[in-house]
Design a protein around this ligand. Structure first.
Ligand SMILES: [Mg+2]
Length: 230
């Protein structure tokens, strides 16, 4: 009996949530990496191409270059802006121009299988945007095949010189001329895509494609489509 009551309350909650969301939401905001685009391109840039270039420039073994570069990444850490800033790293590691290295990885860009279907079905009902922590130099490559779906692409690093903080999300809302309650954001980072947008009143959803610790996370974007499609 108790189980049934819990199931019923979940169904009612889901129904209400869907009704409320569809009536108030105007903008759907997506993180890019790990949400729309697989990590393959970023992995190739940060962990293959940059160490390979570093090894050539300094005349050392690739394995050793990988260790040095990884240590340098660790020293900065993902809570600092520089972690995401490709130009910072090219300066810091004395590698010259970043463009040829980024270009050499472009065949690694790939999208999760449900993405095109989701974007084409939500596109007619909502304004779709990107809210990413990736700098534009990399973001344009990542979004190559899907950019026409988006009314606006926001890079917290390139446009606002900050991480995806609560303040970044407020600025995005201001730029889109909507209130936080009219925005859904989805992304794969618990802090930057879930806690921070939620803090300013955005309807935030965490996507967990590998199946981690958070029970309320979405397994993929199909669930979001069901919640938001008429
Ligand atoms: Mg991400």
């Amino acid at each position: 009996m108790l189980t049934l009551a819990i199931q019923m309350s979940q169904i009612n909650w889901g129904f209400l949530k869907k009704e409320i969301l569809q009536s108030c939401v105007k903008v759907i905001s997506f993180d890019a990496e790990g949400t729309l685009v697989t990590p393959a391109f970023s992995h190739a840039v940060w962990h293959e191409a940059i160490p390979a270039f570093y090894s050539q420039k300094n005349g050392i073994e690739l394995a050793q270059a990988k260790k040095i570069v990884a240590m340098e990444y660790d020293k900065i850490g993902e809570q600092r802006q520089e972690w995401y800033d490709i130009n910072f790293w090219f300066r810091h590691l004395h590698l010259g121009a970043s463009e040829p290295v980024i270009q050499s990885c472009q065949d690694k860009v790939s999208y999760y299988p449900e993405i095109i279907d989701i974007l084409s079905s939500l596109d007619s009902q909502y304004r779709l945007i990107i809210a990413s922590g990736t700098p534009l130099e990399l973001l344009h490559y990542l979004l190559r095949d899907v950019e026409p779906y988006f009314a606006h692409v926001f890079s917290s690093i390139s446009h606002y010189r900050q991480l995806k903080t609560p303040d970044f999300y407020l600025q995005v809302c201001g730029e889109m001329n909507v209130k936080p309650g009219q925005v859904v954001h989805v992304g794969d980072n618990w802090q930057f895509d879930f806690l921070n947008p939620k803090q300013v009143g955005i309807h935030a959803f965490h996507i967990d494609r590998v199946g981690g610790n958070h029970q309320e996370s979405l397994a993929d974007l199909t669930q979001l489509k069901h919640l938001l499609s008429a």
